[in-house]
Design a protein around this ligand. Structure first.
Ligand code: HEC
Length: 129
């Protein structure tokens, strides 16, 4: 009996996790971790002599979906208004990245990546404790 209710609880929390979506930390790691994060994967794949555009496009699409999840979290610090603004700007940058991938434009991808790299600090200063 005890193990059954434990299983039910596990399922319940699992579902809550699904509905709540990824946490800020989960998104940050999945998106920005060196080498294995989407950002570096896309950057490095696009810098190849013969980029696998289908694969890159799949990743930039995934990145857009992930970026959209960010605003669903409450910021650990700073106002909701500022958070929504920073999150919207973040999604816009990732969308430009996705457009560059759709055009198979490696140069544009490199440029957007610079912009993305410059965007971390503003949001962290305002919202990372
Ligand atoms: C729109 C806001 C926003 C942007 C843009 C942003 N971050 Fe973050 N990031 C956060 C917040 C908020 C936290 C703190 C989360 C917490 O402590 O709960 C964080 C935390 C992190 C962490 C720590 C994760 C952990 O497991 O503790 C890393 C690493 C990180 N960000 C990397 C980056 C990099 C690299 C960029 C730019 C390419 C970036 N972030 C852009 C909001 C942002």
């Amino acid at each position: 009996m005890a193990s059954k209710s434990l299983a039910a609880l596990t399922i319940l929390f699992g579902l809550t996790g699904l509905i709540a979506g990824p946490s800020i930390d989960e998104i940050m790691v999945k998106a920005h971790k060196a080498r294995t994060g989407l950002r570096d994967q896309i950057k490095n794949a696009a810098a190849m002599p013969n980029p696998d555009w289908a694969e890159i496009q799949k990743k930039t699409k995934e990145f857009v979906e992930l970026a959209k999840e960010l605003v669903k979290n409450d910021p650990p610090m700073g106002s909701k208004e500022s958070w929504e603004k920073h999150c919207a700007e973040y999604v816009e940058i990732i969308k430009v990245l996705d457009e560059a991938a759709a055009k198979k434009d490696a140069k544009a991808i490199a440029e957007v990546n610079k912009k993305l790299g410059a965007s971390c600090k503003g949001c962290h200063d305002a919202h990372q404790p």
